[in-house]
Design a protein around this ligand. Structure first.
Ligand SMILES: *Cc1c(COP(=O)(O)O)cnc(C)c1O
Length: 424
């Protein structure tokens, strides 16, 4: 390690550099995926003939917005999908997922989740008593819980489909989200899709792909999902997209989501963007690299914690299907100190000290570190933790591995100083 002026002890430095040295194979595997995905994305740009004119801003209705339409096509290719909608007007990942579901479902239909409770922010949109929720529109909802081993209970899913001809959509959440379980591998998803297709052609498959993009060489759309949806301030925006979300999938399914996006009958034909699509294109182009940086940072966090004797999920050398790393800390104090040290590592708002607070919609107090350029962008180094036993922190992101590694070092230094986790 070259000379530096970081406020960390030699002991911490050595501990982290040793952990890094043990991850050569894991890093090489991540870089191979990055190389594959970089080629995939580059090819998509070239095949669509992307040129300067696609970056020009538009105003008003946005009729014939060539930048918008080209971005859709490039992204569809990158996802192995027929079609896509990438829009700054999609406010977040939750709206993208809602669009996918609301587009495909009609009153009287049934939606089933094959991966248990969906991401917190979706609960109201699906089953809440609020105007415009799926429930409010007459869509029934059933949940098939994820068994303790974290693999999908396909027998229960099949049983539900066979028993109820109104089942029209089966929903999967690829990422662990903020739950102590593994992200679903592409192999497991493929197996589930095959079993559903063998039963019926009448059911659409929708995947919440948040945090999953570019972590593997394939996406759920490559292996037969009808629609995937996600956020552009996570993986696919490469840290540069200022806002937005996407849906991608079959032309028919994307068209249905488009009717929900703006106005039925007008769909995807309108929507301008006066700030230029440049950061969306550029962000998508570097997304494979940024995702690899964040995966390496996650692996290093995991390795350091494992070498301290703590429990991690996934393991530092595991194949990954999302960018989240869960770490178990020994106490509430350790958890809080850890999250605060991540905030201190941030380029933005590093002077802020996050505290646990009672966030609306959460049972336990939570503490969050998010010193990000783009508000709430979790492809940037960030951490979240509910204050409850077993004390689990979820970290994700890092625009550069060097930044992620600084985060690991400052976190370890904080734990060493405040809690003596690193024996002398
Ligand atoms: C981020 C995320 C969402 C959507 O969250 P937004 O904050 O609305 O972007 C949904 N599911 C998962 C698994 C996520 O990680």
């Amino acid at each position: 390690m070259p000379e530096h002026t970081m406020p960390v002890s030699d002991q911490v430095l050595e501990f982290v550099m040793n952990a890094e040295g043990e991850l050569k194979d894991a890093f090489m595997a991540i870089e191979e995926i990055e190389a594959h995905n970089q080629w995939k994305v580059l090819s998509a740009f070239q095949e669509e003939g992307i040129a300067q004119r696609h970056f020009a801003p538009t105003t008003g209705y946005g009729y014939d917005d060539i930048g918008r339409d080209a971005l859709d096509r490039v992204f569809a290719r990158a996802m192995g999908a027929e079609d896509a909608l990438v829009r700054p007007q999609i406010a977040n990942g939750t709206q993208a997922i809602y669009l996918a579901l609301a587009g495909l479902l009609q009153p009287g239909d049934t939606l089933i989740s094959a991966t248990g409770k969906p991401y917190d922010t979706l609960v109201e949109a699906i089953a809440g008593d609020v105007t415009g929720s799926l429930k409010n529109m007459g869509v029934s909802y059933r949940e098939i819980g994820l068994p303790a081993n974290g693999t999908i209970d396909m027998e229960a899913v099949e049983k539900e489909i066979l028993a109820n001809p109104r089942v029209k959509v089966v929903f999967f959440q690829r990422s662990r989200g903020y739950a102590w379980r593994e992200a679903l591998s592409l192999e497991e998803l493929q197996n589930a899709f095959t079993r559903i297709r063998a039963l019926t052609k009448d059911v659409s498959i929708v995947v919440d792909n948040c945090y999953g993009e570019f972590t593997q060489t394939k996406e759920p759309t490559d292996i037969g999902a009808d629609l995937i949806a996600g956020s552009f301030i996570k993986n696919p925006g490469g840290g540069l997209a200022p806002t937005g979300g996407y849906v991608a999938g079959s032309t028919k399914a994307v068209e249905m989501a488009a009717q929900r996006l703006t106005v039925p009958g007008i769909g995807r034909e309108v929507g301008s963007y006066a700030s230029s699509y440049l950061p969306f294109f550029q962000g998508l182009f570097i997304a494979p690299h940024v995702c690899a940086q964040s995966l390496k940072s996650a692996a290093l966090f995991a390795r350091v914690f494992e070498n301290l004797g703590m429990t991690t999920m996934p393991h530092s050398e595991a194949a990954r299907s999302d960018i989240i790393q869960a770490l178990r800390l020994p106490s509430a104090e350790a958890l809080i100190a850890f999250v605060q040290s991540i905030q201190q590592t941030a380029p933005v708002d590093s002077f802020v000290t996050p505290e646990p607070w009672a966030m609306p919609g959460y049972r336990d107090q939570v503490i969050m570190a998010a010193g990000t350029f783009i508000q709430g962008a979790s492809i940037e180094l960030s951490a979240d933790a509910p204050i409850k036993a077993p004390y689990t922190a979820y970290i994700q992101g890092a625009l550069t591995y060097a930044h992620g590694r600084i985060g690991v070092m400052l976190a370890l230094e904080s734990l060493r100083k405040n809690l003596g986790v690193l024996p002398e």
